[in-house]
Ligand binder design. Structure first.
Ligand code: GDP
Ligand code: MG
Length: 683
């Protein structure tokens, strides 16, 4: 069964045609009976109303479909840069990907971001060059662009018959056949014929290039090739599959999803070349024992210990939280309890569902390699590992980028307040890059996220989907605090409460960590006779302190905290005392460690027609940004820049006005830098 399963994602720059392509795949695999048009906001994948309105896919959902006896789980990845966290979490659970690239624009900024993320997660992939019907479409330019930008070993498995307005179909270089799709039947019917004499020489040339490229990464095929032997289509396919999974080559095919051309060969390619769940390296996890954590590999087998990862939570008004789980090993059954390894709590799976394009299907159980939705969880959060108490294995937790902007929100009435708090909790279980906290000074609720659009989407959901009435303040930058020098300090704490003495003493060391590595916490003073709850109290006290900052109340980053000495007395040492003592020791030690305020710096990519490049650039430099490079594309110029987040509010309005609406931009967190000058806190 596993060899007949594929977990794939479709990744693309916004507007390259990811949603259209997904829709067509679902149509041809027979699950939906009408082609949903993105342009009328009917797309099946974009099933949240708000996404349809905005025309972008915000939440990634997994949908299952069948093709020639294969089960394909499609994990949708969002195309907007404000949501890179969503892209990463999808990449984490898929085994292979289709990169959809626009035949006119080639590699665009978001393709670059996602491609690099896919490299990081070692995801085998193939390229689908879409929009071959558009004027200026150029298949060969597009794959050359992918090759040059990423050093990918792109191998064309097809060549086009005409391009742009003349695009008729493709030549399949493996079988040396011309393929054309019939517009009347929405591309469902297609015809094949031998390669026309006028195109034979070109096709032969590209076939030779293809075989050459495959032979150079596959020893077996290389030998046959050198000996001048005949190589069968099956042998070629097997070698392409091996090379794709080993990531030594990237097969490239093409089509026009909107005009229903080239989609069936794409689905065939998914099945033929992308890996089954047990053909990728086994999942890695940490086996948690009392004091030591041991790295283990978890092979994808139904007979193994149950192990799954919550990669997405979507709230449904009727069913509550839908928990999307990727299974790595073993099996979970509906109606049983599982152990949430991250939360150290048990929860019951009420129901297990499979999401098909147009209906939910009830399942008894779900096994290694597969993806399903669990209903009934109240605690689970995106990124949690589900397993068993007997063998607690924690899968590597997901990396979530740090929120860089915040807004204050105020409920209109007292009854809205409770509803708002409940809603915020649900939303941050779904999306850990979205956080909320009460400002210690003003008591206002502050919500933080990845960008203006990200917060805008969340606030709209809170108002529309959950009916919370609230006033929203102006967005502010979320700064960070960090120590810049090492320091040591001791603190003791004691208080008589209800006639009993509570006392604790701690010595702590802090030092700066490398940029972008986040915080770390360790205890080097472990002594056997101190109960677990004391260690837990120290850890919780320190983690809360790291969250609530040093001088300004912004979360700390890149700061290492080590507890080097614990003074514990059996009679007076309580968890309460140690938690308070940890906070006191943290205050003491960070004061001595030259704390500094950091501000987020963003990568900004602007695409605009040539004549507006000067104006667009001056918009960036006026805001204290630095231009780091420029790229020329068939469709215009791309300017790469970096600028402090603080200066980027309202940028889209300015950019639009100086370029007559012809420029677009994307912005993504790059790093934190020391903030010069003072700080005016707006709330
Ligand atoms: P996504 O942002 O990557 O999901 O892109 P969409 O699938 O929403 O497509 C963006 C726009 O491009 C829509 O207006 C589509 O109709 C259009 N589009 C998608 N595929 C093609 C294609 O093959 N040819 C042409 N000409 N337009 C396409
Ligand atoms: Mg889309």
């Amino acid at each position: 069964m596993l060899d007949h399963m594929r977990n794939i994602g479709i990744m693309a720059h916004i507007d390259a045609g990811k949603t259209t392509t997904t829709e067509r795949i679902l149509y041809y695999t027979g699950k939906i009976h009408r082609i949903g048009e993105i342009d009328d906001g009917q797309a099946t994948m974009d099933f949240m109303q708000q996404e349809q309105e905005r025309g972008i896919t915000i939440q990634s959902a997994a949908i299952t479909t069948d093709w020639k006896g294969y089960q394909i789980n499609i994990i949708d990845t969002p195309g907007h840069v404000d949501f890179t966290a969503e892209v990463e979490r999808s990449l984490r659970v898929l085994d292979g990907a289709v990169a959809v690239i626009c035949a006119v624009d080639g590699v665009q900024p978001q393709t670059e971001t996602v491609w690099k993320q896919a490299d990081e997660f070692k995801v085998p992939r193939l390229c689908f060059i879409n929009k071959m019907d558009r004027i200026g479409a150029d298949f060969f330019y597009s794959i050359k662009d992918v090759h040059e930008k990423f050093g990918a070993n792109c191998v064309a498995l097809q060549i086009p018959i005409g391009q742009g307005a003349d695009f008729e179909g493709v030549i399949d270089l493996l079988r040396m056949k011309e393929i054309r799709w019939d517009a009347e039947s929405e591309g469902e019917k297609f015809t094949e014929c031998d390669v026309d004499a006028s195109r034979k020489a070109e096709a032969d040339e590209w076939r030779a290039k293809m075989v050459d490229a495959i032979a150079s990464v596959d020893d077996e095929l290389g030998e046959l090739y050198l000996e001048g032997k005949d190589i069968s289509v099956e042998q070629l396919k097997a070698a392409i599959r091996k090379g794709t999974i080993a990531r030594t080559l990237v097969p490239c095919i093409m089509g026009s999803s909107r005009h229903n051309q080239g989609v069936q060969p794409l689905i065939d390619a998914v099945v033929d070349y992308l890996p089954a769940p047990d053909e990728v390296p086994p999942a890695e996890g940490l086996h948690i024992k009392r004091d030591v954590q041991e790295k283990v590999e978890v092979p994808c087998k139904e007979s193994g210990m149950p192990l799954g990862l919550v990669f997405k939570i979507q709230y449904d008004r009727e069913m509550g939280s839908l928990c999307f789980v990727r299974m790595y090993s073993g099996k979970f059954t509906a109606g049983t309890q599982i152990y949430n390894v991250a939360k150290k709590k048990r929860e019951r799976i009420n129901r297990i569902l499979r999401v098909n394009a147009n209906h939910m299907e009830q399942m008894e159980s779900v096994s290694a390699g597969d993806i399903a939705v669990f209903v009934g969880f109240k605690l689970a959060q995106t990124g949690d590992t589900l397993g068993s108490e007997g063998m607690p294995i924690l899968l590597e937790s997901m990396k979530f980028p740090e929120p860089v902007i915040s807004v204050a929100i105020e409920p209109e009435t007292l009854s809205d307040r409770d509803k708002m708090n409940e809603t915020l909790a649900i939303l941050s279980r779904e999306d850990p890059t979205f956080t909320s906290h009460e400002d210690a000074e003003t008591g206002q609720m502050i919500i933080s996220g990845m960008g203006e659009l990200h917060l805008d989407v969340l606030v709209t959901r809170m108002k529309d989907d959950f009916g919370v009435k609230a006033n929203v303040g102006a967005p502010q930058v979320t700064y960070r605090e960090a120590v810049t020098a090492p320091a040591d300090a001791s603190a003791s704490w004691s208080k008589v409460l209800a006639g009993k003495e509570n006392a604790a003493g701690l010595t702590v060391h802090v030092e700066p960590r490398a940029q972008g590595t986040g915080n770390s916490f360790a205890i080097t003073a472990k002594q056997g006779d101190i109960p677990d709850e004391i260690w837990e109290a120290i850890e919780s006290g320190m983690k809360n302190s790291l969250e609530s900052g040093i001088q300004y109340g912004y979360p700390c980053t890149d700061t290492s905290v080590t507890v080097t000495k614990v003074e514990y007395n059996e009679l007076t040492g309580t968890p309460f005392a140690f938690e308070a003592c940890a906070a006191a020791a943290f205050d003491e030690v960070t004061k001595k460690a030259s704390p500094q305020l950091l501000e987020p710096v963003m990568n900004v990519d602007i695409s605009c027609p040539k004549e507006f490049v000067g104006d667009a650039m001056s918009q960036v430099t006026q805001r204290g940004g630095m231009i780091s490079g420029e790229d020329s594309k068939a469709s215009g110029e791309i300017i790469h820049a970096q600028a402090p987040m603080e200066k980027m509010f309202g940028f889209s309005t300015n950019l639009r006005s100086v370029t007559q609406g012809r420029a677009s931009f994307s912005m993504e967190f790059s790093h934190f830098q020391v903030k010069q000058g003072g700080l005016n806190k707006a709330w």
